[in-house]
Design a protein around this ligand. Sequence first.
Ligand code: ADP
Ligand code: MG
Ligand code: MG
Length: 208
Amino acid sequence: MKTQDIVDALFAVQAAILANESQIESLDRAIGDGDHFINIRRGLEVLAAMRDELEPLPPAAAFNRIGTKLLSTIGGASGPLISSLFLAMGKSLAAQDTPDRRQFAAAFMAGVEAIKVRGKADLGEKTMLDVLIPAARQLVQFAEQELPLAEACALLSAEAEHNMLATRDMIASKGRASFLGERALGHVDPGSKTCEVAITAVCQSLLR
Ligand code: ADP
Ligand code: MG
Ligand code: MG
């Protein structure tokens, strides 16, 4: 994996998030405070503007720069969480100039672990982790099996969609939706939707 792949993936994520504006917006309006889409869009706009700065960096430094920048741009609960994902990925890849799939998968796992620590959350709490934790486990497994990229991507996308939809039937124990108790039932978690859209977009970008 090269930094160019990371930058291309960021642009793919940006396009996909924008294409899902109304859904992401309405989910956070239903069980949050309605700002999730705007928070994420702001972060992605800032990253897109950093293209020239990111491209010459090794992947670890690029992830580190992305994480540092997102901390001050996304805001809300999701800002520090997503920031910690990228910072931990940068740390995990520090020794690798062109990380292979195993190293990338291990870095993503480290990033998801960092979100768990930062948010004091785990599976089943109706958060972005319900999509991210299974995705990290799949990535590690697929890298070990050396599964062809197209197959891995199809499985990752399908699993992310399934897990995103499953948050509909969960009661939130973290974040704003936890204030609603059973009233959050029937609504998908906005952070899960964002992560599902992002995972699918990254896959499509890597397959191009
Ligand atoms: P805020 O809730 O501060 O307005 P956002 O709307 O940007 O922030 O993000 C909300 C999303 O953040 C939720 O949908 C959920 O996925 C995620 N989230 C909130 N708290 C946690 C947590 N403790 N751990 C993991 N994810 C969380
Ligand atoms: Mg919000
Ligand atoms: Mg908010």
